[in-house]
Write a protein that binds this ligand. Structure first.
Ligand SMILES: [Fe+2]
Ligand SMILES: [Fe+2]
Length: 277
């Protein structure tokens, strides 16, 4: 069994600036501190895009310096708010053929980080070149594969969000289909909503994100729903035959939310209270 942490949509920005009334730098620090304190036994952390809010060099500099203090391997993906050529200057080792795409070997699994970034749009793209790279990787995979990427490949049923989803999902899906049974789980971000479902038969999940929180407002066809729900990251427990993904709402605890412990530890007392009719 391997444990991994997924952090998404950190939206690092100029120190002191807030997004949705929240401080992304402070919230990313809180997410890391919480995750390392509670899940320091994880094998790796994956940050699935929207690393920076405006793609500024200073954001990537901050990120690189902050990650240097993290005692776990951290793997980064690009989101629509990022700027690929600026990112590439600060993280050249993560670039393959001009894209931020690469393989990470985990215990018993292969992680593939995909690049769904496109210039001048919030929507995701997955061109022939990226599809060819993934095709080669899946063809050569000698262990189950976990995919990490920013954009959702499945529409949410929310009009404004669905305009900026992974618009080349069919191309991505066709590659996954060609290697049926190889991809075990897809981890994505982008939506600032806790999501799960399946894409071409492969399960996917996404946590809410570490800063601003969305809301699935099905009645609003013009604008994105937002909310004050807690900042979150995900923890995935990946076994040989199954996957469990938790969304950890660290913001609830960081903002003083109470965590109760039930029952008291006296099992007979608990049975008396809850089982004996
Ligand atoms: Fe985002
Ligand atoms: Fe995004």
């Amino acid at each position: 069994m391997t444990k991994i942490i997924q952090i998404t949509d950190i939206h690092i920005t100029t120190p002191g600036n807030t997004i949705g009334g929240r401080d992304p730098i402070a919230n990313f620090d809180r997410a890391l501190e919480h995750a390392l304190a509670q899940h320091g036994d994880a094998e790796a952390i994956f940050v699935t895009g929207d690393l920076s809010d405006w793609g500024d060099a200073s954001d990537y500099l901050h990120l690189r310096e902050r990650l240097a203090t993290v005692p776990l391997p951290v793997h980064l993906a690009l989101g629509n708010h990022d700027e690929r050529h600026v990112f590439a200057r600060h993280f050249p080792d993560l670039m393959t053929d001009g894209f931020c795409q690469y393989r990470v070997d985990l215990k018993g699994h292969i992680a593939l980080v995909l690049d769904t970034w496109a210039a001048g749009t919030h929507a995701g793209r997955f061109c022939e070149a990226r599809a060819a790279w993934l095709d080669g990787q899946l063809g050569a995979a000698d262990a189950p594969v976990l995919l990490f990427m920013h954009h959702n490949p499945v529409p949410l049923g929310l009009g404004p969000m669905d305009k900026i989803m992974q618009l080349d999902a069919d191309r991505l899906g066709d590659v996954i289909d060609r290697h049926r049974g190889v991809v075990k789980h897809i981890f994505h971000g982008h939506c600032h909503l806790p999501l799960s479902g399946s894409f071409r038969g492969v399960p996917f999940s996404a946590p809410r994100g570490t800063n601003h929180a969305g809301w699935a407002d099905f009645n609003n066809t013009a604008a994105f729903g937002s909310s004050d729900l807690p900042e979150s990251y995900a923890v995935a427990l990946i076994g040989d035959r199954d996957v469990m993904v938790h969304m950890i709402e660290f913001g609830y605890q960081a903002n003083g939310g109470t965590i109760r412990s039930e029952p008291s530890g006296d099992k007979a007392e608990w049975d008396r209270l809850t089982m004996v009719r």
